[in-house]
Design a protein. Structure first.
Length: 663
């Protein structure tokens, strides 16, 4: 096959992939898209792009999900601008463009690697087959449809590009051009850190037979990974959390997960947006040692293939599969497995399998027209089945209802999946059916704050107010520092006509998470409806100070009568009492520095607050900063001499200081 013919077939493959995905461009936003796209005010202006590279808090409105991925946020802002707002088509079109580019580069890389192993084999056909299998595989559709997971696409594309440049331009390696895409990969998603390991495998298999020399060639990539890895770690806020319940159970389960991913490549019949896989608790469990046996067998097979020149594309593909899974296997995450995690590893697995079939089986068939026709028919049938599976997965991802109903079927023990399907019924106005799913979900996730919120909303919709409020309070009890728990409780309170309590909860929500724009909007709505112009002005100006291009806040500000613009006595968005309550809340949850900051804010508004000084004393005591604790406690007592709690804090701090000074 000539290069021109291969190029023509590659265009047909890309066209076929485009047809298989033709029904996905209008699919909805799902799951983590909410806090990174739909509710994220930062992506609504291109002027925030420089901020994405200096402040990781702009990635998400959820503090626990704020990681450093500036290229992802930049791409989302561009899509928002091109679509003139939240338009799923523009986001999907952008994602799909980079996906097609990755397929084209993958073909070039596959072809190069096959040529290095065995130049006379039908390498172009094998590379095209690997590209087509990967591009049409239904498991890959999970990532292409999940907009925020474009990070997997960007990082995989960049890793493929870096390796392709390294392989194709050996004389330019000293200039480090191949490291540029790698750097972009790391600014998209951290799993790209494994690129030096992939580079080592390539050098060992195809260029250097000795590990020491292969490792030496990887040194520039290792230094780049170390530097950018340090940058990512430094830029990630302290609030970020992987959410893993048990690190040991998570890692014990990963060998089993590796087997499940491998099986999915050959039998993608159980794809689920949210799995209900139970963690492995002990190594003695069948799932644990069975998964370990598979991993060991895979390593042995990769070593066996590595020692045979003609099988090295399969060896490299297997090493790619194993190495690409390491980041999500080593670092405990909230979900034991996720279908989008197969996106990066399946690049290597596609090459490994297609080379094994093309070289190990097809090459040995007799050169007869009947055999050729049989192979061609089998290939077209396989690709047709894969394309049909992708089309079906696109349909599943079309709406929230279709996606989460599929989860309830594939993962019936997943409480979050049951809850999310219930939410789709709530959106349709069927609160009774939604409540049924919420109650079923509670059997699997009894301490899930989002579920408690939704139970409260459902009971409230059904006008069972006595049953509703305890669920909102339970949600706040479970995660008192989560802004959304206060926001949804405030929304219910507003509906009940309890305006003052609603404002109080919203003020706490804004203080806990200033980037949670929905709480700000509801607060301004309440002030507008109550015609509390001074509070409305304060809330709108505070919002515009943080988000200068927010049109909603600007609209509310324009409602304020002009004659009040000259008044100077505009109250703060947060009162002294609110800061004091937050200070206590921070202390209760172990956020002692935040406790001190909130208490000092209360003192700015009310300098004679003995309670604020006492909170500062307690927080400094918890931090074992005895002198500062003693000073704050004495200040509290000077304002309120009979303050027994402050007197106790003073005595305790003095005793601890004396004990620390005693040898």
């Amino acid at each position: 096959m000539t290069e021109k013919q291969a190029g023509f077939i590659l265009c047909l493959v890309l066209a076929g992939v485009s047809l298989a995905y033709a029904n996905h461009f209008q699919n909805a936003f799902h799951f983590d898209d909410a806090h990174t796209i739909l509710d994220n005010p930062y992506i609504r202006s291109l002027k925030n792009i420089p901020l994405f590279f200096t402040d990781a808090q702009t990635f998400s409105t959820l503090p626990t999900n704020q990681s450093y991925r500036p290229l992802i946020s930049t791409s989302l802002a561009l899509d928002y601008w091109m679509g003139s707002g939240i338009n799923s088509f523009s986001f999907h079109l952008s994602t799909f463009f980079w996906f097609l580019l990755q397929l084209g580069l993958s073909y070039l890389l596959f072809h190069r690697l096959c040529d290095l192993a065995l130049p006379e084999a039908p390498n172009r056909l094998i590379a095209l087959m690997a590209t087509a299998v990967y591009g049409l595989h239904p498991a890959i559709a999970e990532t292409v449809n999940y907009i925020i997971q474009r990070g997997d696409i960007y990082s995989t594309l960049a890793v493929v590009a870096s390796l392709l440049i390294y392989v194709s331009a050996p004389r330019q390696r000293s200039r480090g051009f191949y490291l540029i895409p790698f750097a972009a990969a790391l600014l998209s998603k951290p799993p790209a850190l494994v690129f030096p390991a992939l580079l080592f495998a390539y050098n060992l298999l195809f260029e250097e037979g000795r590990p020491a020399r292969a490792a030496l060639r990887c040194l520039p990539a290792v230094l780049t990974a170390a530097a950018l890895g340090y940058l990512i770690s430094a830029m990630t806020p302290a609030s970020y959390s992987t959410g893993a319940a048990s690190a040991s159970a998570y890692r014990l389960t990963q060998p089993l997960v590796t087997w499940r991913y491998f099986r999915t490549f050959f039998l993608p019949t159980h794809l689920s947006a949210d799995t209900d896989l139970s963690p492995v608790q002990r190594l003695s469990e069948t799932a644990a040692w069975g998964g370990c046996a598979f991993v060991v067998s895979s390593l042995l097979l990769a070593v066996w293939c590595s020692r045979r020149q003609n099988w090295r594309p399969t060896a490299f593909g297997l090493w790619w599969f194993i190495i690409a899974l390491l980041p999500t296997a080593v670092f405990p995450l909230s979900e034991l497995e996720n279908d989008h995690r197969m996106y990066f590893p399946f690049v290597g697995l596609s090459l490994a399998v297609c080379w094994a079939v093309g070289y190990g089986v097809v090459q040995k068939l007799p050169r007869r027209p009947a055999a050729t026709m049989g192979v061609a028919t089998a290939v077209f049938l396989l690709l047709g089945v894969l394309a049909w599976g992708t089309w079906q997965r696109n349909a599943v991802w079309h709406t929230g209802e279709s996606l989460w109903y599929d989860v309830t079927l594939k993962s019936p023990r997943n409480g979050r999946g049951l809850m999310n399907y219930g939410l789709t019924q709530m959106a349709k106005g069927d609160a009774a059916r939604a409540l049924d799913y919420f109650e079923r979900a509670k059997a699997y996730t009894p301490n899930y704050h989002s579920l408690e919120i939704n139970l409260g909303i459902a009971y409230g919709t059904l006008e069972q107010d006595e049953a509703a409020e305890p669920h909102f309070l339970r949600a706040i009890e479970l995660v008192p520092t989560e802004a959304r728990t206060h926001h949804y409780y405030a929304r219910w309170l507003k509906h009940e006509g309890r305006w003052r309590e609603s404002v109080w909860q919203l003020q706490q929500a804004v203080a806990l998470n200033p980037d949670f724009i929905e709480a700000r909007y509801l607060l301004m709505q309440i002030f507008s409806e109550e015609e509390d112009w001074m509070q409305l002005k304060a809330a709108a100006e505070d919002t515009l100070q943080r988000f200068p291009y927010d049109t909603t806040a600007a609209t509310y500000l324009s409602e304020v009568p002009h004659e009040r613009d000259g008044e100077n006595a505009v109250p703060s968005l947060l009162t002294s009492e609110t800061h004091l309550a937050l200070s206590y809340l921070f202390y209760q949850t172990g956020r002692y520095h935040d406790c001190i900051t909130a208490a000092r804010q209360a003192l700015k508004l009310r300098p004679d607050s003995a309670d604020a000084y006492n909170n500062i004393a307690a927080a400094y005591g918890a931090l074992r900063m005895w002198d500062a604790a003693i000073e704050a406690a004495r200040a509290a007592l000077s304002l309120r001499p009979a303050f027994e709690l402050a007197r106790n804090n003073l005595a305790w701090a003095e005793a601890q200081k004396n004990a620390a000074a005693t040898p």
